[in-house]
Design a protein around this ligand. Structure first.
Ligand code: GTP
Ligand code: MG
Length: 349
């Protein structure tokens, strides 16, 4: 047997590893596959190899009757799965998500899997997906809440859509339905790793994702108001919104439908931040601190003694992993929570 192993082992040489640059922030962004994209049968026939996987996975949000534009059950489920990932992987300092995506930030001192990109991305995405599937019944056993907005339901076969309107008995009928997971429509996610060399780059990355959440949510809220409350077709609403600014969308919502966008839920407008919570610095104390960008970092993991490493791991394990819907673009957020950038656990709350 030993000889046979020797004969075959040369195949290892074909394996290639990407090691992420040392001393850089590692961001793993995961994204739901086919949560929206519709692949028509005609297109599927034209390009079956490329589109078959998407067709099978297509329209998770429609198949399970997600409330439009935001289904709180789906968002809470994403957040719970992200919390689980932070519980399991201690090197993650913060994560941010909205819609069907989540970004997980590993501290730049992290040496997990020798910083091998494929190992890190696949571990994050499979841990997240396993939790998402496991927790699904907990979140989707409850009927869809009826709020400002309305559900549009499809049975997954792309047949008749039923529009549910708040206060309309149809919406009650739909919201009582329970969305069991179907093998033909199991939610799956893809993942990629990105390295950012400076704190500034990392903050800009997260600001970009939060700005994207705001822009998409304002658009989707207005779009679905025009379709579901205003009776426009999807194409008409799309045309109507072409070239409009944020102020125009706010005005459309208010003047036509009496919706004050500012009063929409923070989770919809700002997305969700998942982090370990320690005692926050007072704004005055935070303002006195030297710029966090030049503040000393945690030394590389291999430079730390085993005891120190174990102490940090235990402190992280003990901390509460919380979900917040707050502004992460302003400097205050980072200054009040220095542990996010330094990696040094703070004092317990
Ligand atoms: P790929 O990621 O390329 O596979 O495409 P995708 O179909 O997943 O679309 P994308 O990731 O670009 O966008 C996410 C889509 O998920 C949104 O456009 C929504 O249609 C859908 N989605 C996410 N959250 C919700 C929700 O709470 N309610 C509803 N109705 N849809 C949601
Ligand atoms: Mg997606």
């Amino acid at each position: 047997m030993a000889d046979e192993t020797w004969t075959f082992e040369y195949v290892r040489q074909f394996e290639r590893e990407e090691y992420l640059l040392p001393n850089t922030w590692i961001v793993v962004r995961i994204d739901g596959r086919g949560f929206h994209k519709y692949v028509s049968f005609t297109n599927l026939c034209k390009n079956p190899i490329r589109l078959a996987p998407l067709w099978l996975q297509a329209r998770i949000s429609n198949h399970y009757g997600f409330v439009k534009p935001n289904d709180i059950r789906a968002l809470d489920l994403m957040n719970a799965a992200a919390q689980h990932v932070l519980h399991v992987l201690h090197d993650i300092m913060i994560s941010y998500g909205h819609s069907d995506e989540y970004s997980f930030v590993f501290h730049k001192s992290c040496t997990l899997f020798e910083r091998r990109s494929a190992k890190i991305a696949s571990t994050v995405v499979s841990t997240f997906t396993a939790a998402y599937i496991h927790l699904w019944p907990k979140y989707f056993a409850e009927p869809a809440p009826t709020g400002t907005f309305l559900a549009r339901h499809s049975n997954g076969g792309g047949s008749t859509n039923v529009i549910a309107i708040e206060g309309n008995p149809q919406s009650q009928e739909i919201s009582r339905e329970k969305a069991d997971l179907a093998i033909s429509h199991l939610p799956t996610f893809d993942a990629r790793c990105i390295s950012y060399p400076s704190n500034h780059n990392l903050k800009d990355y997260l600001s970009w994702r939060q700005a994207d959440c705001h822009i998409n949510n304002l658009y989707n809220t207005t779009f679905w108001a025009l379709v579901l409350k205003g009776g426009m077709s999807n194409t008409e609403a799309e045309e109507f919104l072409k070239g409009t600014l944020s102020s125009d969308k706010n005005e459309i919502l208010w003047s036509r439908y009496g919706i004050n966008y500012n009063n929409e839920k923070e989770i919809f407008k700002k997305g969700s931040v998942v982090l370990r919570e320690y005692k926050m610095l007072e704004p005055t104390e935070a303002a006195r601190r030297i710029d966090i960008d030049v503040a000393s970092d945690l030394p590389k993991e291999d430079e730390l003694s085993k005891t120190k490493r174990e102490k940090i791991r235990k402190a992280r394990q003990k901390a509460d992993v919380v979900v917040r819907h707050i502004d992460i673009i302003k400097d205050d957020f980072w200054q009040q929570r220095p542990w996010l950038l330094t990696g040094q656990p703070g004092s317990s709350v």
